[in-house]
Design a protein around this ligand. Structure first.
Ligand code: SF4
Ligand code: SF4
Length: 300
């Protein structure tokens, strides 16, 4: 039975698909967008998070660590990530939950058991399960086996994806996906490469192939002030979505909810100080795009 690496299971979500949903967040992503609200998703491997403010200075973690990555000095813990083997022993010793592991291995059966718990809610609300991340398609065997099982049990399925994956993998999982929630972050390929680390050729090509095989695909654009919120970019994206007969476009206003996670991972947030777009600005953009023949909405 295939297993995967996840970093969160969120139940009773009303985002990322219709109705009430369970969202499984899978680790690993081929892009590295500076606004990512789930930085713990980017690496495929489990990672240690350290919340300094929760630490009570008991020192139990230091005794567990066999690599010298942790040290206690005057009641304060320091973590040397270059020495950390990510064994996770310290997290088991930390009763204050200051040290935690982002990432756990889970089998398809275990994941399905979690999903199945809310089957009644899915039925009543036309909800289901959504795979998110990270990029769920990076764990193609696990994702395919899990969504296949969900479909066999009558559960609606969605996947939140960057679309940056070889077509053979997408073709393999597509029969088990009801809705593709498909990110197009920037329409200009060079700018996409500069900011996310990869060109968008494959992403646009796969989007067209997905709708061509009759699957429902909703384009989602994270609207990041000063990065991709210009009308030229948004208009090109919405026109492309209409041209491939996508079901709609969701404009997702930038938010800073993931900012503190960068500190927990010992990283720096590149967009520090950037403010989310104002509601009026989002409404203006929506109005400007209303002439393109495709439903466009804020949020989703
Ligand atoms: S994960 Fe293992 S190696 Fe890393 S700090 Fe904790 S105990 Fe030490
Ligand atoms: S075990 Fe947790 S609370 Fe205790 S010193 Fe280590 S990090 Fe701090």
């Amino acid at each position: 039975m295939a297993s995967g690496t996840i970093f969160n299971i969120q139940r009773y979500s009303i985002h990322d698909g219709c109705g009430i949903r369970t969202i499984l967040f899978l680790k690993g992503c081929p892009l590295h967008c500076p606004w990512c609200s789930n930085p713990e998703s980017q690496s495929s491997a489990p990672e240690i998070t350290f919340a300094k403010d929760k630490c009570i200075g008991c020192g139990y973690c230091v005794k567990e660590c066999g690599t010298g990555a942790l040290a206690l000095d005057q009641g304060r813990i320091s973590l040397r990530r270059d020495l950390c083997s990510k064994c996770g022993k310290c997290t088991g010793a930390c009763y204050a939950h200051a040290l935690e592991m982002a990432g756990q291995t889970i089998t398809v059966e275990e994941a399905f058991e979690e999903i199945e718990k809310d089957a009644l809610f899915y039925k009543a609300s036309k909800g289901g399960v959504t795979l998110s991340g990270g990029e769920p398609l990076m764990q193609i065997d696990f994702a395919t086996a899990l969504l296949k099982k969900c479909k066999e049990n009558g559960i609606d399925t969605a996947i939140e994806t960057t679309g940056y994956q070889k077509w053979e993998d997408i073709e393999k999982i597509a029969p088990y996906i009801d809705t593709f929630l498909y990110d197009i972050k920037l329409f200009d390929g060079e700018k996409h490469r500069r900011i996310t680390g990869v060109h968008n050729d494959l992403i646009l090509e796969n989007a067209a192939k997905i709708t061509a095989i009759g699957k429902t695909l909703v384009v989602r654009v994270p609207v990041i002030p000063g990065v991709n919120d210009d009308l030229e970019n948004l208009r090109a994206t919405v026109r492309f979505a209409a041209s491939i007969r996508a079901a709609g476009v969701n404009l997702l206003p930038y938010h800073r909810l993931g900012e503190n996670k960068y500190g927990l991972l010992g990283r720096t947030y590149a967009l520090k100080g950037l403010l989310p777009p104002e509601t009026n600005k989002m409404r203006e953009l929506l109005a400007e795009l209303s002439d393109v023949k495709i439903p466009v909405s804020i949020g989703g």
